[in-house]
Design a binder for this molecule. Structure first.
Ligand SMILES: CC(C)(COP(=O)(O)OP(=O)(O)OC[C@H]1O[C@@H](n2cnc3c(N)ncnc32)[C@H](O)[C@@H]1OP(=O)(O)O)[C@@H](O)C(=O)NCCC(=O)NCCS
Length: 253
């Protein structure tokens, strides 16, 4: 059942603009807090290193060597703090919704806040940790329901609270998979569910409201359209994705 959020009749009303301005300000405040908290540990590391140094030169050299570990500490902290802040502030993608951009309803703006938070983490931490269990852990912290031994080697996933993956799922590099789409000025959302051992091939696009059965393989460079229900154990390829070996009764192979 789709929920359509539409608080006003005319687009770009004063109320809509006020909601947008408030949201932009809130994103600024929240992300400043998140950055500050995430930078606290690395800052302490730098202070410690500087205090141990016997001269400015040795201090500069040891701080240079501390820069790498400090960045890793920052990226790890950023994932934890950002995910916690998303939960605290209620930034998430609404389920099965249709939200006209021009009307700026609150659920759309909550979604914008979630997108902003996850984008910041993608830029500063995703490049380092994608494809690793740490990245999977971050997606879980943001609300994704993800099984064991799941590897997500793409940064083009979003709307984590609408994603459900079984065990042993692999998402190839460059895969676009999210719980939202934008069509004719309306943001539409829908869950994406992948069964155990599903593999999504390189650079494939998976649309909203999709369910893929266990052990299904989606070939590289394929397109899984919205509302698709793909069978367990099958191999699908192409645009749109079709079974690689259609049943003999169809007479195609
Ligand atoms: C879909 C896939 C699993 C099929 O592998 P397979 O079962 O060994 O099949 P084949 O390689 O023998 O290909 C069978 C046919 O499908 C075609 N085909 C294979 N993959 C295709 C794809 N992604 N798109 C379009 N056609 C494809 C082949 O050209 C071949 O066509 P033909 O019968 O006319 O010669 C594989 O090609 C693939 O795309 N793997 C993606 C793996 C990946 O990206 N993993 C992500 C983590 S790295």
């Amino acid at each position: 059942m789709l929920k359509r959020y539409s608080p006003s009749v005319r687009p770009w009303t004063l109320a809509a603009l006020s909601r947008a301005a408030f949201t932009i300000a809130l994103i600024g405040v929240v992300e400043s807090l998140v950055f500050g908290a995430a930078a606290a540990l690395p800052s302490l590391l730098f202070v410690f290193v500087w205090k141990q140094a016997e001269s400015p030169w040795s201090g500069a050299v040891t701080m240079a060597f501390a820069a790498g570990p400090a960045y890793l500490m920052f990226a790890l902290s950023l994932m934890v703090v950002s995910a916690a802040m998303m939960r605290i502030t209620g930034a998430r993608t609404p389920t099965a919704a249709e939200m006209p951009i021009a009307e700026m309803p609150w659920p759309l703006l909550n979604w914008v806040r979630a997108m902003a938070s996850t984008h910041v983490v993608r830029v500063f931490a995703g490049v380092v940790f994608r494809g690793s269990p740490i990245w999977t852990m971050y997606l879980r912290m943001c609300g994704a329901r993800i099984g064991r031994r799941v590897y997500v080697n793409s940064l083009f996933l979003s709307d984590y609270n609408l994603l459900t993956f079984g065990h042993d799922v692999v998402i190839g590099a460059g895969v676009h998979l999210s719980g939202h789409t934008v069509e004719r000025g309306v943001v539409k959302t829908g869950a994406v569910t992948l069964g155990d051992r599903v593999t999504i091939g390189l650079s494939t696009i998976v649309e909203i409201d999709v369910e893929i059965g266990a052990r299904a393989q989606i070939g590289a460079l394929s397109f899984v359209p919205k509302h698709a229900r793909l069978e367990s154990g099958e191999v699908y390829i192409g645009v749109p994705a079709r079974p690689l070996s259609p049943p003999a009764i169809l007479g195609t192979k």
